[in-house]
Write a protein that binds this ligand. Structure first.
Ligand SMILES: [Zn+2]
Length: 280
């Protein structure tokens, strides 16, 4: 296929961005606030460009990624707009994606691919399961499960409260009735829900939970939000067996999942970003 073949089906708006190197209005694109598990492919030629677990919220108004799928992107010096920037293009069709920046220190990789939503297309991973776990502050839960084999992606957020788009300061003080939870996408061919729960209990026994939350407010308890009845059964069986093992009952909220609000970017991968060993 020639480049023109790749571009022949684009509509006018897509063509303005992808072929003529335009820039969509900030905060206008459909993927700016999109944080689901899957892959972003080139809108024109379908080349896989970014895994969704490299996406972050830079606040700039365009989808931001701190890593690319190896070999998928080409870089070019761009002197337009009176300054030097690095343009990024799809390595297969040459379509314009946006620009890449370094040194902003927003994520650990210190890289921001600033990409137009119109240049990309999201393909959801349908083979992944999803569960929400809470154990007080979500930083530690995120640190553990983002490094667990079989977990594709984890992100911190809020669930179970009574307003939309809650902010951390309000949640922390119990003003919104939300719980701090971590959304975990995992591949059951690599790790089962039961194994994930065993990791959860092993890291958050009730003694430690109480110790860590000296500023006790009601939202700091164990919480598990399930998506299916099958998950619910696995969760209840897991709690029964861990209660027998510990010889005590565990105070855990178990509910059907509701709206998940992704936490502010500074609360994602908190310990990695702040270079803190969470086990200390
Ligand atoms: Zn392409």
């Amino acid at each position: 296929m020639t480049k023109d073949d790749y571009f022949s089906d684009l509509n006018e708006k897509e063509r303005d961005i992808i072929v003529y190197k335009g820039t969509e209005t900030p905060f206008s694109g459909k993927y700016n606030n999109h944080f689901d598990a899957g892959v972003f492919i080139c809108r024109a030629c379908k080349n896989p460009l970014y895994e969704s677990n490299s996406k972050f919220d830079s606040g700039c108004g365009w989808p931001s990624f701190d890593d690319e799928i190896l070999g998928s992107i080409s870089r070019h010096k761009d002197f337009s707009g009176g300054r030097e920037r690095t343009e990024i293009c799809c390595n297969q069709c040459g379509g314009h994606l946006g620009h890449v920046f370094h040194g902003e220190k927003i994520t650990e990789k210190d890289t921001r691919h600033c990409v137009n939503s119109l240049s990309i297309q999201f393909k959801k991973y349908n083979n992944l399961s999803k569960i929400y776990l809470g154990a007080g502050c979500f930083w530690t839960v995120d640190a553990i499960f983002s490094n667990t084999k079989g977990v594709y992606m984890s992100q911190t957020g809020y669930m179970g409260g009574n307003i939309v788009n809650p902010q951390h300061n309000d949640v922390r003080l119990g003003k919104t009735n939300h719980l701090e939870v971590v959304e975990i996408y995992f591949d059951e061919e690599i790790i089962s829900l039961d194994s994930l729960l065993n990791i959860f209990w092993a890291n958050f026994d009730s003694k430690n939970l109480n110790k860590r939350i000296s500023d006790i407010v009601s939202q700091y308890t164990f919480a598990i939000f399930y998506n299916t009845d099958e998950q619910k059964e696995i969760i209840f069986n897991s709690i029964n067996s861990i209660q027998k093992k510990w010889g005590q009952s565990i105070d855990t909220q178990i509910k059907k999942s509701g709206d998940f609000f992704r936490a502010e970017e500074q609360h994602q991968r908190y310990f990695m970003k702040n270079k803190i060993n969470f086990r200390s």
